[in-house]
Design a protein around this ligand. Structure first.
Ligand code: NAP
Length: 254
């Protein structure tokens, strides 16, 4: 076994910037080989080069989660190079409203939302997760202790979203982003149930309100702070939870 295959291998989708890039950096700091999925290979390579300069073992992979051919190509490359995958982080996501603060996303109000936008959000945030997960699942099955983390959101909690005095009561309702994260939570439970017998732990993570392009830099947490819960779930021991939904503070209601 050479040096690169002795390390755990993690793939993070949407890792060229934001929370995904921070997740890749923290997993690299823990000694994992990190594969940074990016739909723009140049920006993926820039991010990977920065992690290598900091001492990490990082490689960029072209991966558009809405394009199954790129997911298959990524899986082939990982198989040839490493023969297995230990960690998959489904982080890539879009708001559907562009780079706006959540309080300004009035185009997602259910009675007015354009279906093309709703479909595009589900294509990336939900169907893209199925595309990528299934493409690399044979490689995850070869790991002795594979972990899958789906990057969700507090907003995906039906309990929190439905509370009249809850944290989202003052925000415009959404037919796209918020339901896409609820669907992602549901998908997390279904994958966890299928993969429990194989020892693959599957959980959803809510990073909190993080300062990134996706909210026009209105978040109060740093990408590193948002990444921490994802990294914790990506590095769970054998007795760790599966089919769960967690923030940095602990379990979240569905
Ligand atoms: P971001 O800075 O906008 O990063 C999103 C990443 O996803 C980018 O790398 C983007 O690539 C990538 N991406 C989008 N569509 C893709 C596709 N079709 N294929 C591959 N990559 C794609 O946003 P972020 O805030 O870091 O968001 C990361 C995740 O955290 C998302 O799932 C988001 O919903 C979730 N989240 C964020 C917050 C927050 O407060 N920021 C809160 C809760 C949950 P490009 O650079 O090419 O666009």
């Amino acid at each position: 076994m050479n040096a690169s295959t002795a390390r755990k291998v993690a793939m993070i989708t949407g890792a060229n910037k934001g929370i995904g890039r921070a997740i890749a950096g923290q997993l690299a700091e823990q000694g994992m080989t990190v594969l940074l999925g990016a739909r723009d290979p140049r920006r993926g390579e820039e991010a990977a080069a920065a992690l290598r300069a900091a001492g990490g073992d990082a490689h960029a992979l072209r991966l558009d989660v809405t394009d199954p051919a790129t997911a298959q190509e990524a899986a082939r490359w990982i198989e040839e190079r490493f023969g297995r995958l230990d960690v998959l982080v489904n982080n890539a996501g879009i708001t559907g409203s562009g780079q706006v603060a959540p309080q300004d996303a009035h185009d997602q109000v259910p009675s007015a939302a354009g279906l093309d936008m709703v479909r595009a959000v589900f294509e990336t945030n939900v169907f893209g997760v199925i595309t990528v997960t299934n493409a690399v699942l044979p490689l995850l099955r070869r790991s002795p202790a594979a972990r899958i983390v789906n990057v969700s959101s507090h907003a995906g909690s039906l309990t929190l979203a439905g509370a009249p005095d809850g944290p989202f009561a003052a925000l415009p309702p959404s037919a796209a982003y918020t339901p896409s994260k609820t669907a992602l939570n549901a998908l997390t439970v279904q994958y966890a149930n299928e993969l429990r017998k194989d020892g693959i732990l599957v959980n959803a993570a809510a990073p909190g309100y993080v300062d990134t392009d996706s909210n026009n830099h209105t978040g109060h947490l740093t990408p590193a702070q948002g990444a921490a819960v994802v990294v914790r779930l990506a590095t769970l021991g054998p007795d760790g939870p599966t089919a769960g939904f967690f923030s940095a503070e602990g379990p979240l209601p569905w």
